[in-house]
Design a protein around this ligand. Structure first.
Ligand SMILES: [Zn+2]
Length: 429
């Protein structure tokens, strides 16, 4: 029997026109539902003078106000949801990237949708029935998706913090895929080596770093270093309910799950809409979430929509570029905005540097020089030469002057979940 090529053949290969029709139908439903049932959304739409009947084309969405995450979180969740609490099946929560966790009530249908979105993404990145997937972040929705598609999941009950036991158990259980936060994945691989376990000698064939974007050169370096494949990138925030965009094997941008969401890109300062190919802030409208839909929610992540073209994988879903990072974690250096992924690209390309780095902002506003602290591999002897080489690489690749501080491997604080790449050393007033 030929292998199933897509998880969801009909949607993933739907002609663009039909996909847009489906989006409009779902958009109208979600706007109608939010207006009817959510005190929060009705108040906002009334203030903007918009009724559900005013949404007759996809572009009409721009009539609705943009939603800042702070506004969304500030309103009581009972005002935001569109179902009575008796219909809430599960309450998920954010990873707390911004410091405060946020509850996301989901109906049974929402949960099923989330599981299916994860299945679609897992299949797209090459996870298959028979894989034994170690899911380190303990995401229930990942585990359920793995089971549904026929891969065993190995959510080892050693706790997120107990890395040593998890590495040993993965070896004993012949895990084939390891999923973890990207920063933790690096720690996992290094720790395995310290424990005398060579990943090359295990059954692990693929690693999937989630929760953060990462640079192409970083992937290549990690693959060469550890002898495994990094699975293609995916994108999600907890707010959106599971994985919502994912790269296929072509690795030329992330396919947007456009039947589940509508993505727009805006200039974060002027809020002007930006067309394909232009980097800006992602704005999300969920099309199928029942309990807590997002309508023109500003995701704070920087990306671009890619010009539409058919993908060699056969999928017709439109694409976006990999996430560059969050606006809040970027710095402006001599007129240029620099994101952690830009820095990562350079750090991964200079032999002798480790994977851990931090961008240092030592004063508010624009910096004259990019300041980066980075770990250096223990075999490097001539630190001064490596520093000069790194500064030259930043100048050449990013066009900015830099000041590099090299520190020994293992001396920088390790991430508990996501890595903190931007460190502010001045007192904020
Ligand atoms: Zn593709």
């Amino acid at each position: 029997m030929a292998e199933r090529k897509y998880w969801d053949l009909e949607i993933e290969t739907m002609p663009l026109g039909a996909l847009k029709k489906l989006q409009l139908k779902r958009l109208q439903e979600v706007i109608g539902r939010a207006y009817e049932k959510s005190v929060f959304y009705r108040r906002r739409f009334d203030a903007a003078g918009i009724k559900p009947g005013d949404i007759n084309a996809l572009n009409d969405i721009t009539k609705l106000p943009l939603l800042k995450d702070s506004e969304f979180r500030a309103a009581p969740v009972t005002e935001r949801i569109t179902v009575p609490t008796s219909e809430v099946y599960k309450v998920c929560s954010s990873g707390g990237t911004t410091g405060t966790p946020s509850p996301f009530p989901r109906t049974a249908k929402d949960w099923e949708e989330m599981v299916n979105k994860n299945c679609r993404a897992f299949w797209m990145v090459g996870i298959r029935p028979g894989d034994i997937v170690q899911i380190r972040p303990m995401y229930e929705c990942f585990g359920v998706a793995c089971t549904k598609m026929g891969a065993s999941n190995l959510t080892i009950c050693a706790g997120r913090g107990n890395m040593d036991n998890q590495i040993k158990l993965a070896k004993m259980m012949n895990a084939t895929i390891v999923i973890d936060g990207l920063a933790l994945l690096v720690q996992y691989l290094r720790r395995a080596e310290e424990l005398g376990i060579s990943i090359r000698d295990t059954k692990v064939r693929g690693a999937w770093g989630i929760g953060e974007g990462w640079a192409d050169s970083f992937t290549k370096k990690m693959e060469a270093r550890w002898g495994l494949t990094f699975l293609p990138r995916a994108y999600a925030t907890s707010d959106m309910g599971a994985l919502t965009a994912c790269e296929c094997d072509e690795r030329k941008g992330l396919h947007i799950f456009a039947d589940k969401c509508l993505f727009e890109i805006i200039d974060p300062e002027t809020q002007e809409a930006l067309g394909p190919g232009k980097d800006g802030e992602l704005v999300v409208t969920t099309l199928t979430l029942e309990a807590l839909p997002l309508i023109r929610w500003r995701a704070s992540d920087i990306t671009s929509l890619l010009p539409y073209e058919p993908c060699a994988c056969g999928r017709t879903l439109p694409k976006m570029s990999p996430i560059k990072g969050r606006i809040a974690f970027s710095v402006k250096v001599a007129g240029k905005r620099v994101y952690p992924s830009d820095v990562e690209e350079v750090v991964a390309d200079v032999p002798g540097l480790g994977e851990e780095y931090q961008i240092i902002a030592d004063k508010p506003g624009e910096l004259e020089k990019l300041k980066v602290k980075v770990e250096v591999e223990s075999q490097v002897k001539d630190l001064e030469a490596l520093k000069r080489k790194t500064e030259a690489a930043f100048n050449q690749r990013l066009g900015v002057e830099s000041e590099i501080e090299l520190v020994p491997l293992g001396t920088m604080e390790r991430a508990v979940w996501k890595a903190q790449r931007l460190v502010t050393t001045y007192a904020k007033s």
